[in-house]
Design a binder for this molecule. Structure first.
Ligand SMILES: NC(=O)c1ccc[n+]([C@@H]2O[C@H](COP(=O)([O-])OP(=O)(O)OC[C@H]3O[C@@H](n4cnc5c(N)ncnc54)[C@H](OP(=O)(O)O)[C@@H]3O)[C@@H](O)[C@H]2O)c1
Length: 363
């Protein structure tokens, strides 16, 4: 019969034996979810689902492993890990992130001037991309159908129909046309919105497998019904025609504070912003200034430079900001565990590390 200690893998006995199954540490950040208790609960739930998907491996929390056991680990499963924890695994070759965003893991250094020698494999789960697409559609409709204004009108007991605009007359622009951006663009197109997208490379034919006619990317080529832009000029062109701007970029050196006073000023008056990527991509002071001046109409924010959002943040009480607690596209434990299991199985059989993050470009 399994005991509570068996379920967490934290018992001293389990920690003191070397298993005959490949040992895979699970490294969960101590502050994940905002407290040690929340992190312990996250760890417990992940252990259960990862163990169910990988019965041939011995998955245990890092804290339960001896130094001898840590030395056997070549791969670790990680969720917002503390860098010191990863440094305690001397023979680590790669980490499987349970999240899609890996900016925090990329920031970990082996020494102040040297990145660690291990590779990072991020979670690529089509189910997560569909969840993100659903969230992007839901909050785009929230803005397009003027729900923030109707909420305010209800509070003031005002009966005032607002002008109706067709989806086709509304341009929704997506920053980042990767797994999340591509799925979201397809969902918005199916709803009838005019959709633009911005990516790093000016490549063609990348969306929905449709033949693309993208040229240099600056002027906007068509790909699967989406007008695709790239580069600084492309960004300027796209921002100038965006009614709703959706951020789905990874946080990198190039995207940090990308949405600042200048770029937000390039949006048309009355535009709205949705940030479902990472908080540090948006300069929140600049955002508040543009909302206060009436240049921007509303912002839906799911991600913040500091999470949980501190209670004294001015973002909480701004009437033109909707705050969400990082819930746009939560990882589905069941499907993500199956994907992580498949990656690890492939590595154990062949020694090949799955496609990993490019440390130079930062995603
Ligand atoms: N809020 C949530 O619940 C949640 C959930 C999941 C993910 N996320 C966030 O969403 C982000 C994106 O995820 P993803 O899976 O779609 O990533 P991805 O597949 O790696 O796609 C990244 C996209 O961003 C573009 N890009 C990167 N750097 C750029 C730059 N400097 N200029 C222009 N475009 C740039 C890439 O361009 P190319 O196509 O040219 O490479 C690519 O299209 C994650 O990093 C994470 O932070 C949030």
């Amino acid at each position: 019969m399994s005991t509570p200690a068996d379920t967490t893998g934290n018992d001293a006995k389990a920690g003191n034996r070397i298993s005959n199954r490949p040992l895979i540490p699970l490294v969960v950040g101590r502050a994940l979810g905002g407290s040690a208790e929340a992190a312990a609960e996250v760890q417990r739930a992940w252990l259960e689902s990862l163990r169910a998907a990988m019965t041939e491996c011995d998955i245990r929390p890092l804290a339960a492993l001896t130094d001898e056991e840590r030395a056997t680990a070549q791969v670790a499963l990680v969720a917002t890990p503390d860098p010191d924890d990863l440094r305690s695994l001397p023979n680590l070759r790669w980490v499987q992130s349970l999240w899609a965003g890996v900016d925090d893991i990329l920031a970990a250094k082996a020494a102040p001037d040297r990145p660690p020698p291990w590779s990072i494999v991020r979670m690529r789960d089509p189910r997560m991309a569909e969840t993100m697409a659903e969230a992007v559609l839901a909050w785009t409709l929230y803005l397009h159908r003027d729900m923030p204004a109707y909420r305010r009108q209800q509070q003031a007991r005002q009966w005032r129909p607002r002008p109706m605009r067709r989806a086709q007359a509304c341009t929704v622009s997506i920053l980042g046309l990767g797994a999340m951006g591509t799925a979201s663009a397809a969902r918005l197109r199916a709803q009838g919105f005019s959709v633009c997208g911005w990516r790093r490379r000016a490549a063609s034919g990348a969306l929905s497998g449709a033949p693309g006619t993208s040229d240099d990317g600056q002027s906007g080529g068509q790909s699967g019904g989406v007008t695709v832009f790239a580069g600084d000029d492309g960004l300027r062109h796209m921002l100038a025609q965006s009614d709703i701007l959706v951020c789905l970029l990874p946080l990198t050196a190039a995207t940090h504070s990308l949405l600042n006073h200048d770029t937000l000023a390039q949006l048309p008056r009355g535009a709205a912003v949705i940030n479902f990527a990472r908080g540090a991509i948006v300069d929140s002071d600049a955002l508040i200034a543009h909302l206060d001046s009436g240049h921007l109409s509303h912002a839906v924010l799911d991600v913040f430079a500091q999470e949980p959002l501190p209670a004294d943040s001015p973002l909480w009480s701004h009437e033109d900001i909707t705050i969400l607690p990082h819930i746009a596209a939560p990882t589905d434990k069941e499907s993500a565990s199956v994907i992580a299991a498949s990656n690890i199985r492939q590595f154990l059989a062949s020694g090949r590390i799955p496609e990993s993050v490019d440390r130079t470009r930062g995603y």
